[in-house]
Design a binder for this molecule. Structure first.
Ligand SMILES: [Zn+2]
Length: 259
């Protein structure tokens, strides 16, 4: 009895992971657009694109008015973050394969989350960071700048994975032949997670690194569909290649500063 209950819960969770939103088809009812007066059938006015159901100003309209300031007037920003926690690879697949309306635009989300984090840190300041002072001007400049722009730091770190991912996951069974621009958006979602973890676990760098690594693994597994082991060794090579790129960048920084 109990076992069946948990199995049902698990199965409905798996179904939600695959397909979180089902759209209601519009009925045959005719609407008159409050904005332009056009008579139409459906959820949006085909002339001016205002949605059905706009009426008097309510408390919800008021909240939406403030939300628009941050670009979060619909709940999809928070729902997108929720999906990112529970179905990261499927969310990425949806976005890059063309299901754009089910989630919030990822690059915009990265900057909105950074603005929210900055606002929180204004009231609850994060501990002071050590300033890099190795004597190599360009190297110190880059490290200190990145430390102060953690969302961009997370994104640039992710970008190191684009080329290795493209090389190693191109023939993936579930999402084959992904393009480099699609690879960029995979990293935007992962940067979002990495940035959120490093903002929550300010005191413990290790926790956020482990969480980010775990989520990267889960995302690649869900998106590309290689076996557990196949995903693991490919990601290991990706990490090794990205470390090589970092070392080359550090050497460049030192050489530039020495000149
Ligand atoms: Zn209209």
């Amino acid at each position: 009895m109990k076992q069946g209950f948990f199995r049902d819960k698990w199965q409905s969770f798996r179904a939600w992971q695959e397909q979180p939103i089902t759209y209601q088809r519009p009925g045959k009812t005719k609407h008159v657009c409050k904005n332009c007066g056009h008579r139409f059938q459906g959820n949006y006015c085909p002339v001016c694109s205002q949605p059905v159901g706009q009426g008097r100003i309510t408390w919800i309209t008021m909240w939406q008015g403030f939300g628009q300031l941050w670009g979060i007037e619909s709940r999809s920003a928070i729902y997108t973050l929720w999906q990112l926690l529970w179905r990261p690879g499927y969310l990425v697949r949806d976005f890059i394969s063309g299901k754009r309306q089910v989630s919030y635009p990822p690059v915009k989300l990265l900057f909105i989350v950074a603005a929210v984090v900055a606002l929180i840190q204004y009231f609850f300041p994060a501990p002071e960071r050590e300033i890099s002072n190795s004597g190599y001007y360009y190297l110190d400049f880059a490290i200190n700048w990145l430390d102060n722009h953690e969302n961009i730091n997370a994104l640039l770190t992710g970008c190191l994975f684009i080329l290795p991912t493209w090389i190693l996951f191109r023939k993936a069974p579930r999402y084959p032949n992904h393009t480099i621009p699609e690879g960029f958006f995979i990293q935007v979602y992962l940067a979002l997670l990495s940035f959120i973890f490093s903002s929550i676990f300010v005191e413990s760098h290790a926790i956020s690194v482990v969480l980010t690594a775990g989520y990267t693994y889960a995302t690649y597994k869900q998106l590309f569909g290689y076996s557990y082991w196949g995903t693991f060794w490919r990601l290991m090579i990706c990490s090794a290649l990205s470390i090589v790129i970092i070392i080359l960048l550090i050497i460049t920084g030192i050489l530039l500063s020495g000149m």
